[in-house]
Structures are given as structure tokens and as C-alpha cells.
Design a protein around this ligand. Structure first.
Ligand code: UD1
Length: 417
């Protein structure tokens, strides 16, 4: 299978953003905490969501999906172990660790898989759980965790890891007293998870700041929760509209969540009308450089938008410099963009883009989720036909990217082999 894109058409129209992958995945893990029912609305139809549901079913939960609503009844949970193959499907499977441990006092799983972005250790997750009193044995990727009595402590993270913060928040619901996380991640997805936990009955303070406190929960209750919009999908549509010289209204988003991206688009000459939950973007033929972009933990520029913005930078006059500070190998899209005619040099964590390059259609291959989205964006601007293979990576995070862009007038279809 591959995505076939015939480029050169400005995007026009209106598109709604689906629920956030990075929010729904930890929330699905968190449903395990309650021996009862959680209803999750605005749940996107993504490969990673399907993988999370498979894990829940394996654990014994009853899961029902109707449209974008997923109902999980975890009262029938009957095992605390997840097989290797399920863990390898995605990085987020590791967030089940904190949830299962809190619910059952033991957990047995394997190192998670996920997009290849360089070294992705889970040392911060494990040392934090140990600090709460969990006994953890690791051997050859197998992780065995026991915690008969966890106690709330102060946990100082050396880096504000999103996943580690989430795992601690979940485990802390079963740790006696109060757990305080210092240097916690401040991403909007952390706030969404905290909001879900609060509805479940967990007392949790400070989500969205770098200090989060979680109290041990006595009694949980059933939850109905609507997942926040996906800020990276929103950013991808905004960037696509801008770089094709289009005129698009992107709806169902939180403007504050994409503020670093919209600031750069405006700075390079796009016209933006920002409303409460929608943004209209109008591109121009004469985009200017967006300068230096440093990826940072939220509220800094998101590493997940680095590749899409790099595709954009190829269409801006002048030099743009990217500094990737979060992951050590997140430039695998560069060689593919170069094939299409982009002028990009990479040295270590720095990529220098010289624009504006005329792009031409090519056969390229996605090597990770956001890098794959960047190739679609470049193909939308390229002269001629591009074929993007390994599009399964893109399906991890975009609910039918071809339907989304087709709706905006792009010529993009999925082709079978
Ligand atoms: C989450 C997001 C991902 C995003 C990333 C950074 C989900 C499902 N995924 O990933 O889309 O790109 O945040 O915003 O929410 N690290 C360690 N040890 C650890 C944990 C992390 O060294 O125990 C390092 C990682 O290797 C990486 C950095 O910390 O270099 C950031 O990782 P982290 O914030 O944990 O990202 P994820 O939760 O994996």
C-alpha cells in the first residue's frame, strides 16, 4: 500500500481536527484503574488506539466501540501481564505499567516499541516507580513489577518526560498519602489525563505546571470524558494550507495548543484569523523564512511538529535552522525530502534548510509518523506525482490523512499493491 499524491493544488475548505492520539492512549490505560465503566468520547480511529484496545481486551476488559465513543468496562480485568508482541506495537503501551500496578499491585510486561526516533529508554519511569516502593526486575526486555504497598513520595524528574509523568500520575493513585512530581511535563495531554482522573475521583493538583500532586484514591467512580483535539494534526493541516498557498478553516482545535506553530506561520507571512476553537489560515506565494526553530518540552515548539514544519520551510525563501532537542534521531525524513528537491543539510541535532526549493514528485518512504506526514505535505506542493510507501506509520496518528486532505481539494489516494 502507498499514498499517491498529485501535488500543486492550493488547499481550500474546512476541516475538523480529531481527538488527540497522545491524550487518548494514556486515558485508555487509565481506564484500568477503575473496576467499572469509562466512556471515552472523541476517540480517534487510529492504529495505536486499536493496539491499546487489543491490550485492554487481553487484560480482560470489555471494550465496545461505537463511532468515536469507546466504552471500557475494566471490572472483569483478570491478568496483570501484557505479551511482548502487544507491547511492541507502540511506545504508549508502557503507560499500562503504572495503571496495572496501581490496580493490581503487580505488572508484567516488556519494553515498548514505537516509532524509531533514536534511543528511547524508560529509566525515568522505572526509577520513579521504584521510588514509590515498587520492586522491579528487568531482564532481556522483560519487566516484572511488584508493589504490595506503595507510598507517596517526592519525585524529581531529571527531564520533564511526558510518558514518565503519566506513569507516575497513574501509579500514584495507589500510593499511600501524596506523591509530588517535580519537573513534571506540562503538555496539554497531561492536563487532559488529569481531568479524566479527576472525573474518576482522583485528587490531583497542578497538571499543566511543573509540579503535580496526586493523592492516593480511596474510591473511584464511573467516568465520561471527551478527549481534547489533536494539536499535531491541527498543526499539520494549518501548515498544509499555508505552504500550498491555500485558504482553510481548521475547526475543533485549541489555538493555545498550537501557538508556537501559528506564531511561526504568521512570522513567515501567512494570514491567520484565530478564533476560540478554530483558525483560518491563508497562505501566500511569497513565504519568508521562519528563522531558527528549537524543539522543546511544552510550551516550547513541539518535536512532533518539527518534520511538518521542515517541509514548510522548504517552501519559504531564505534559511531556516532546526535544532532537535528532544530526540536524538529525528531527521529520517530529511533524505526523503531531499529526493523531492529540498536543500537540507544535517549536522548532529541541527538541520539547515535553504529555501525556496521547487519540489518534484518522487517515490519516498515514511520512516516514522510525523516524518511521514511531512512527506505528504511536501508532496502536496510538489510538481507531479509522489508515492509515499510505509504509510502505515502515518496511520498511527492521522485518521485517514487521505480523506482529510481530499476534503480540502488535494489529489491524494491510497493505493493497494
Ligand atoms: C511523548 C509523545 C511523543 C512526543 C514526546 C515528546 C505520546 C504517546 N508520545 O512521547 O509524540 O514526541 O512525548 O513531546 O504521548 N527519556 C529518557 N528516559 C525516560 C523517558 C524519556 O531518557 O525514561 C527521554 C527520551 O528518550 C526523549 C525525551 O526523554 O529523548 C522525551 O521523551 P518523553 O517526553 O518521555 O516522550 P514520550 O512520552 O515517549
Amino acid at each position: 500500500m502507498s499514498l499517491e499524491v498529485c501535488g500543486g493544488k492550493p488547499l481550500k475548505g474546512e476541516i475538523a481536527v480529531h481527538g488527540a492520539k497522545n491524550s487518548v492512549l494514556p486515558i485508555l490505560s487509565a481506564t484500568v484503574l477503575r473496576a467499572g465503566v469509562c466512556v471515552i468520547e472523541n476517540c480517534p480511529c487510529l492504529r495505536d488506539v486499536h493496539s491499546a484496545i487489543t491490550i485492554l481486551e487481553h487484560l480482560g476488559c470489555r471494550v465496545h466501540r461505537e463511532g468515536s465513543t469507546v466504552t471500557v468496562d475494566a471490572s472483569t480485568l483478570h491478568t496483570c501481564s501484557i505479551p511482548d508482541a502487544m507491547m511492541r506495537e507502540m511506545r504508549s503501551s508502557v503507560i499500562f505499567l503504572g495503571a496495572i500496578l496501581a490496580r493490581t499491585g503487580c505488572a508484567e510486561l516488556y519494553l515498548p516499541g514505537g516509532c524509531e526516533l533514536g534511543n528511547r529508554p524508560i529509566d525515568l519511569h522505572l526509577s520513579a516507580l521504584r521510588c514509590l516502593g515498587a520492586e522491579i526486575e528487568e531482564e532481556g526486555g522483560h519487566i516484572c513489577c511488584k508493589a504490595s504497598c506503595m507510598v507517596g513520595r517526592e519525585i524529581q524528574l531529571s527531564f520533564p518526560s511526558v510518558g514518565a509523568t503519566e506513569n507516575i500520575m497513574l501509579a500514584a493513585t495507589a500510593a499511600k498519602g501524596t506523591t509530588r512530581i517535580r519537573n513534571a511535563a506540562r503538555e496539554p495531554e497531561i492536563v487532559d489525563l488529569a481531568c479524566f482522573l479527576q472525573k474518576m475521583g482522583v485528587s490531583i493538583r497542578g497538571a499543566g505546571t511543573s509540579e503535580i500532586e496526586v493523592d492516593c484514591v480511596e474510591k473511584t467512580q464511573d467516568v465520561i470524558h471527551r478527549v481534547m483535539p489533536d494539536r499535531i494534526v491541527a498543526a499539520t493541516y494549518l501548515i498544509g494550507a499555508a505552504m500550498t498557498g491555500g485558504d482553510v478553516l481548521v475547526c475543533d482545535l485549541v489555538p493555545e495548543h498550537v501557538a508556537t506553530v501559528t506564531a511561526l506561520l504568521e512570522c513567515s507571512g501567512c494570514n491567520l484569523d484565530i478564533d476560540r476553537d478554530k483558525i483560518r489560515v491563508r497562505g501566500t506565494e511569497n513565504l519568508k523564512s521562519c528563522g531558527t526553530i528549537r524543539t522543546m518540552p511544552y510550551p516550547g515548539f513541539p518535536t512532533d511538529a518539527q518534520a511538518p514544519l521542515m517541509a514548510y520551510a522548504t517552501q519559504c525563501a531564505g534559511t531556516a535552522v532546526f535544532v532537535e532537542n528532544i530526540f536524538d534521531s529525528r531527521y529520517r525524513h530529511v533524505s526523503e525530502l531531499t529526493r523531492m528537491g529540498a536543500n537540507i543539510q544535517v549536522v548532529g541535532r541541527v538541520a539547515v534548510v535553504e529555501g525556496k526549493s521547487p519540489l518534484s514528485g518522487a517515490n519516498v518512504s515514511a520512516s516514522d509518523l510525523r516524518g511521514g506526514a511531512a512527506l505528504v505535505l511536501a508532496a502536496l506542493c510538489a510538481d507531479g506525482v509522489s508515492r509515499i510507501s510505509e504509510e502505515k506509520y502515518i496511520d498511527r496518528g492521522y485518521e485517514s490523512i487521505e480523506n482529510g486532505f481530499s476534503k480540502l481539494g488535494a489529489e491524494i489516494i491510497r493505493k493497494g499493491e
